[in-house]
Design a protein around this ligand. Sequence first.
Ligand SMILES: NC(=O)c1ccc[n+]([C@@H]2O[C@H](COP(=O)([O-])OP(=O)(O)OC[C@H]3O[C@@H](n4cnc5c(N)ncnc54)[C@H](OP(=O)(O)O)[C@@H]3O)[C@@H](O)[C@H]2O)c1
Length: 232
Amino acid sequence: MGTKLIIGADKGIAHAMAIALHERGDDVLAATMGDGADLVERGIAVEPGVNVTSDDAVAALAKRVANEDLTLDWLVNVAGVMFLDTIDTVDYDDVRNQFEINTVGPLRAVRALRDRLADGSKVGIFTSRVGSLNDNGSGGDYAYRISKAAANMVALNLSIDLAKEGVAVQALHPGLVNTNLLDVMNPEDKEKAAAILATPESAAEGIISVLDQLTVETAGKFQHGNGDILPW
Ligand SMILES: NC(=O)c1ccc[n+]([C@@H]2O[C@H](COP(=O)([O-])OP(=O)(O)OC[C@H]3O[C@@H](n4cnc5c(N)ncnc54)[C@H](OP(=O)(O)O)[C@@H]3O)[C@@H](O)[C@H]2O)c1
């Protein structure tokens, strides 16, 4: 059995995924920005200091994976940020920042680790339903929407290129999940939404099930953690 690499595992859904996969007996490598101490305490292998905007940090991760001669069963980029804006407040530096993390980040990670994938490997790229062109009925949130729409294209493009090597790539939406990502929401709105938000653990369970079932034949789609195929 190969290794499941989860990138962005300091907290939130990725953190819950790393723990759930480890608890079911899979070999997990969790890439974290910080030291990932609580994951290490659980016996999970951690590569710390992995900022997906850094060529050097991602290269160091790839070097470790190569040095340990790991084959990646799964490469899942969960790392992401969300800052909200309107047509009046959108800030172009923030557009570039979110694009660098949410869009270029997963491309950088997959490209650097591509030679550690094998026939049958799976790549998951966390985007967001907010990045769907067809599903956008409310406007606003320019920087986040732009970055996630473009991340969908990263996933679709990779799915075409890597299918030739037997690697299945999917764009993933975890649902609405109660994590620190939503701290940018107005607290009253977050409070109101709390009842309909999934926990990181249940979102992790859904995404793991989707990735367990993913094949090259079913790849190249934008998929919700509940299994539904979403419009691009
Ligand atoms: N929560 C939702 O409702 C929801 C809905 C749709 C899509 N998503 C997507 O799901 C993914 C996970 O979000 P979440 O809800 O679990 O949020 P979260 O709790 O804020 O987790 C985000 C993770 O990404 C890491 N990260 C941020 N910038 C990074 C960078 N430059 N390099 C490496 N890691 C970085 C964070 O590390 P630090 O802790 O060190 O900052 C954190 O571990 C994101 O891509 C998000 O856009 C979430």
